[in-house]
Each structure stands twice: as structure tokens, then as C-alpha cells.
Design a protein around this ligand. Sequence first.
Ligand SMILES: [Zn+2]
Length: 354
Amino acid sequence: MKKLKVLVLFTILALLAISFKNFNLIEKKLYPYFVQQLVDIPKNEPNILRIVYTGVSTPLTPHIAQQSVVFDINDSIYVFDVGSRSVANFISQGTLDAANVKAVFITHTHSDHVGGLGELVLASWVRGRKNSLSVYGAGEELNNLVDGFNLAYQSDREHRVIHHGDGFLKSEFGLLVSKAFDVPEQEKVVFEDKNIKVSAFQVPHGPVKGAVGYRIVSGDRSVILSGDTALMEDYSFVNGVDVLIHEGIFTEESKKVSKASYALGNDRVGKVFEDIQDYHTNLFDTKNQPGLLSRLDSLDVGLLALIHIIPDKDNFIIKRALKKFKRLSPLKTVIVNDNMVMHLPLNSEKIIIR
Ligand SMILES: [Zn+2]
């Protein structure tokens, strides 16, 4: 037995000695492996509209990224909203090449939908985007947003161009370009290229000027993204879409959060939870307010994807409420999570969730 122990120990020492001697050799193999994990982005299958949820939360859910939904088809990428921390998910997700970002679409200028814009323009520029980055949104406010981010990142751009050279980082590609459109009275097309057509429609979101939702069409597949909105009167315009991505609030639970906050002496959280109830979409009907659930009955939609849930969707009470909503919903319903991916192959009705 003792002999065996000595033999094992000797073998381990011998292996360590060999490894140490050959560490340079091992290291040489390890570097490409590590770098490959960072830079090797596999080509996506053609003619599949992919939806990647890189941020699904609100400012009231600090542990996950704020709202951003990325559409990717034939290696062209279109980003709808860019909430804080969503760009980290975009990069680390490993299937999206930031160099391929073609345009950004903003539903409205609340911070949880735009806070990551500076990071996105920088990350995609450094990774090789070959155009200035167009930002679409409704109304004059978009110009302030774009000018503000360009100004905030001016020094960063200048330093990087001096450091790396204009041949490597073209100055103008580091800029955001505002493509503000008039707040639409009726749904209207605001962007079209060989991959997608995007239309905007106005949504009610309290005092926010130019809050819009978008319809994204690629071949025979289509998706509607509500943006932040109170419950709309008429949802018939969503009929026929494959995926309806809609925000939601549990009003009764938000009232209880507000009350509990006041009781605990935190009047600021109490007031925020009180104020936000009137410009988001109540999911369930309440005594005084109809909810999204009551609007779904007659709708023809492939999948309802709930996003931007208030209060925090990972809370035990809200998880139960979401389960109940899914059970009662006449539509197939999913609650989207950070980094969830949906595949919508063209010329098909399939929706594959990964
Ligand atoms: Zn908002």
C-alpha cells in the first residue's frame, strides 16, 4: 500500500515537472483558445429572423439589464432600445457581432431604454462597424438625446482616434446620427432595407412625448414591440403578427409595494410605485381599470412575449401572478428573460425559443 502511495506521488510530481517544462507549449495553445471564446462569433443560419433579448427590465429591477431587444437577420443587426447593461449582454451573448449593427430604434427617451446608447456606439465602432450609427425615434427629443451622447463621448472618440489612428477607427463612424421622424398620427414606415421593414405607431405613455411602438417585418414574419405604454383601446392592429412583445404592470401588487414602502418610511419608493401605475399596461383587469388580459380574447397572435414587468418579475409574489396570467391568457405566453433567443425562420410559422 505504501509502495502504491509513493508511486502515485512520484507520478504526480513527474507530471508536474513535465507540465512545468512544457508550460510555454501549453500556454501557446491556451491563448488562442481563450481569445477564440471572445472573438469567434459563429455565422448565423441565413433567413432566420432572430430576436435576442439583451435587456428586459425597468429601473425598478436593478439586478438585470434594462430593456433592449435585438433583431438579427442575415448578419445584419437592428437594436430596439438600449437600456443600461444591455450592451454587456449583447457582447457576452456570443452570437451577435457588434460590427454588424445597422441601426438603433428608440421607443422613447426614458433612461431605461436609452442608457446604454453610448456603450453601443463605442462597442460597435471599435469592433469594426462601417457606418455612422443611425438612431431612429419620434420627435425633437431624439435630437437632444443623440447630440448629448455625441458630446459626452467626444473626448473618448478623439483619444481613441489619436491612439489607434484614423485608418483603424474612422472618426465619423464613432458618431450617432439622429433620424428623428414626426410623431406618427397613424402607423407609418420609418425604415426599410433588404432585410426588414420597420413601422412606428404612437402609444400612450403619460407625459412622454413621442412614445412609439414598432412593427418589424422580415419576409413573411412580423413582430410588434409595444415600448412602454398604458393599455391601448384597440389591439386589432396586432392581428396576424408572429410575436407581440408587450410590457406590463401588476397594478394591485404595485399598490401594495407602494403602501409597504410608505409604511417602512421610504416615501420616495412609495411615491414612484404610486405614480407609475397610470402609464403602464395593467396586466389583469381591476375594479376600475381593464387589463391586457381582457384585450387578448379575440386576437390572432402567434406568441405573446411579456417584457418590462413591474414589480420585479423575479419576486416570488410576481412569479405567482405571472403564472396565473399565463394560465388565463388565451394566447401562448412567455415571460422573456435576459439573453433569451427566439428564432423565426422565414417561410414558416415556427417560433423556436432558446
Ligand atoms: Zn417609459
